[in-house]
Design a protein around this ligand. Sequence first.
Ligand code: BES
Ligand code: MN
Ligand code: MN
Length: 455
Amino acid sequence: MEEVIKYINENREAFINELKDFLRIPSISTLTENKKDINDCANFVMEKLKQAGMSRVKIFQSEGHPIVYGEWLGAPGKPTILVYGHYDVQPVDPIDLWDSPPFEPTIKNEKIYARGATDDKGQIFMHFKSVESFFRTVGSPPVNIKFLIEGEEEIGSEHLEPFINNNIDLLKCDAVLISDTSLYAPGVPTLTYGLRGLAYMEVEVTGPNRDLHSGTFGGSVGNPINTLAHIINKLHDKDGKITIPGFYKDVLKLTKKERENYKLLKFSEKKFAKELGVSKLHGEKGFSTLERIWARPTLDCNGIFGGFTGKGAKTVLPSKATAKISMRLVPNQDPNKVAKQFTKHIQKLAPKFVKVKVSNLHGGFPSMTSLDSRATIAAAKAMEKAFGKKTVFIREGGSIPIVTVFAKKLKAPVVLMGLGLNSENLHSPNEHFDLNHFHLGIISSANFIKEFSTA
Ligand code: BES
Ligand code: MN
Ligand code: MN
């Protein structure tokens, strides 16, 4: 193992330079104009998997973006690790707020700035390099390795789920290793054991058949924006609870042990509020901030539009108003069931003088991974060795919907070994990744491969 770690240390700069090439590819999954970049990026991943020592590497075309698969099965009788990640990234706008161009990776204060740096290119690259380090030093890794790297995570992994269902044998493994989450705090080794799910809805309210003069018609018909605002306002009660009937029915209660463990993390609500520029935090009554983000479902309006939104004033009574509303879900809520409950509730809240259309845009299941699987124990040890500190166990407010599919279909424990930080601006301008965490992530990955080989 010493040789492997030595190699990783000696190649620290070389690995960073290779990561830069990865970050230069604008693989934005949601924009059709980036289709060629997506394909280039899939090819780049394929080449890197070959370089890492995978003996069979293949791009699977799907109806959406390509799925890259690689395997090396040269350790018969040993466990198999499946590494999952995504090479697609979020759009860059608002571009004006970036201090350096999003696809020209720039290093400042030991952090690398680029779209995808922490979500998720930097994090998947750690595993490419740890595996490669075994082949370059001790001949090969002590376990079998499979890689599954997709290009549609940021748009809901629509084509990955059927791919998994159709390739259960190909993907068979003893553990799924994912680095697409965050550390609890800088320098603190962390494993995530719970993710929230998602139900993403759109509500369109229609009033009159065209925009109207707000003077000559104001007072005669219901205003769709006023009405939509009224509906949204009714979705929470005064205690911050969501009012949809049956919404909390399947919510798994926080255990006493979890609540105690979260207290031990010494989360500073004051510091958190200050960082976000708010004078007071706000949320569901009866729960701490960590509990609200990690273990309680929430409902948020993501965008609202209609009427006149340009500069200056235009007197208009709009015909339509639309809101995009997402709900983050926790175990054991079902996004399809929640979407139905939401739709019914909105229809009931809507007054007769408007028409309301509710659409379900996409969703994903929440997940919980077991804390006592051999994979989790090995991962905790692996990180502990790399960081020289005890590993903490947290949940996360974000979502990786494909995680439940792995657990259900491959019946393998999932390890969420994320090396990002929630402060690294994922999905926002100036996304970056701490290069010390990148390096420690490569070592953690190598340690995990070693630990799991005898687990
Ligand atoms: N890597 C994130 C999820 C995440 C964010 C985990 C922060 C831990 C900390 C992932 O790429 C993501 O953005 N997921 C989307 C899922 C959605 C598009 C279905 C999310 O959470 O909004
Ligand atoms: Mn991600
Ligand atoms: Mn993301």
